[in-house]
Design a protein around this ligand. Structure first.
Ligand code: MG
Ligand code: MG
Ligand code: MG
Length: 306
C-alpha cells in the first residue's frame, strides 16, 4: 500500500514542493509514496512548478484507511478532515509542535529551521539519495519562499547552506534573483477577489479554546494594497463571523521594509494590544521588523490568550 505525502490545508510552496520531494525520496528507498495536496496551488507555487517542469500533485481530501506522511505542520486544524481515520506514518515539520496525535509509532523529522524542505534535504543526505535537478529547484524555491530570501528571523545557517547546495544541483547561478522573481509573482494582487487574497496563506489556530485565523500576504511594496485595503478589512470581518472565530488577523508583509501591517477583526481587540504591546488604531497596527507569523506573531498572541 502506497503512503500519501501531503502538506497543510491551503498549501504553500513548502507543502507542495515538500510533498513532491519527499515522495520521490521515499520511492527511492523502496517505500511507495504518492504526493498529494489539500487545496489549490498558489500563483507562487504554480510559477515554481512551471519553472522546473512539474505538475501539481493530485488533489486528495479524504484519507480514511490510508497511510499518510504529513509535511509542514502537526496541527489538526491544518490536516485532512478525516485524519483520525488515517494512519500517520511520519511528520516532517519546522513549526511548534501541534495537537496531532497518533495511535501507532511514527517517524518524526522536526527541526527549528526555516523550511520543511531544509529538513527534507537532510533526509536525502541521511539516506544517501541523489536529488534530481528539477526536485532540487523545487526545494530551493520553497526554502527561499519560507525564509523570505533569508530575511525572516526563522532563517538558519542550515537553510542558507541547503539553498546554496540545491542551487548548484539545480544549475541556478543567481538564486536571489529567482527568489525576487517569485516574490514579484506573489505581489501581483490586482484584480484578485478579497476573499481569495485573505485565504491565500491562511491558518486557523486554537488559542486556549478560541479559534483565531491568521492570514499573510508577502509583497515587495505595500502600496499594492492601497485601493483594496477596505475590501480586505470588510472580508476578514465577514470571515470571523462565518467561522465563529474569536479573531481574524491579516498580515500585510512588506519584505523590503521588513515589517507588517496587521489588519484586525476581533471580538476583543485588546488581546492584540496585549500581545504586541502596541495599541491598534482603526483596527490596524504596524509591527516593525515582523516578517514571520510562526515566530513573531503566533507565540505572543498564544501567550496573551493563556
Ligand atoms: Mg507552510
Ligand atoms: Mg514551511
Ligand atoms: Mg510563509
Amino acid at each position: 500500500m502506497a503512503m500519501y505525502v501531503v502538506g497543510h490545508k491551503i498549501p504553500d510552496s513548502d507543502s507542495i514542493c515538500g510533498a513532491i520531494a519527499l515522495a520521490y525520496l521515499k520511492n527511492q528507498i523502496g517505500e511507495a509514496a504518492i504526493p498529494t495536496r489539500l487545496g489549490d496551488v498558489s500563483p507562487e507555487t504554480q510559477f515554481i512548478l512551471e519553472r522546473f517542469g512539474f505538475e501539481a500533485p493530485e488533489l486528495k481530501l479524504s484519507y480514511a484507511g490510508e497511510e499518510v506522511y504529513i509535511v509542514d505542520h502537526t496541527e489538526k486544524t491544518q490536516a485532512p478532515d478525516d485524519i483520525d481515520e488515517a494512519t500517520v506514518v511520519g511528520v516532517v515539520d519546522h513549526h511548534k509542535l501541534g495537537d496531532l496525535t497518533t495511535s501507532t509509532p511514527l517517524e518524526c523529522w522536526i527541526r527549528p529551521v526555516g523550511c520543511s524542505n531544509t529538513i527534507i534535504k537532510m533526509m536525502y543526505d541521511f539516506y544517501g539519495v541523489e536529488i534530481p535537478q528539477g526536485i532540487a529547484g523545487l526545494m530551493m524555491c520553497a526554502i527561499l519562499s519560507d525564509t523570505v530570501i533569508f530575511k525572516s528571523p526563522t532563517c538558519t545557517t542550515a537553510d542558507i547552506k541547503c539553498v546554496e547546495a540545491l542551487a548548484e544541483i539545480a544549475g541556478i547561478e543567481d538564486f536571489k534573483a529567482l527568489g525576487m522573481e517569485m516574490f514579484k509573482v506573489k505581489s501581483a494582487v490586482e484584480g484578485t477577489p478579497a476573499r481569495d487574497l485573505v485565504m491565500r496563506d491562511f491558518k486557523d489556530f486554537n488559542m486556549n479554546g478560541n479559534l483565531v485565523g491568521i492570514g499573510q500576504l508577502e509583497v515587495i511594496d505595500l502600496s499594492v494594497f492601497d485601493d483594496i485595503k477596505a475590501d480586505l478589512e470588510a472580508d476578514i470581518a465577514k470571515l470571523k463571523e462565518e467561522g465563529g472565530r474569536h479573531s481574524v488577523l491579516l498580515l500585510l508583509t512588506d519584505i523590503m521594509q521588513e515589517g507588517s501591517q496587521m489588519l484586525i477583526a476581533s471580538d476583543d481587540e485588546s488581546i492584540v494590544a496585549k500581545a504586541y504591546q502596541i495599541t491598534p488604531e482603526n483596527s490596524r497596527v504596524w509591527l516593525d521588523g515582523v516578517l514571520s507569523r510562526k515566530k513573531q506573531v503566533v507565540p505572543p498572541l498564544q501567550d496573551a490568550f493563556a
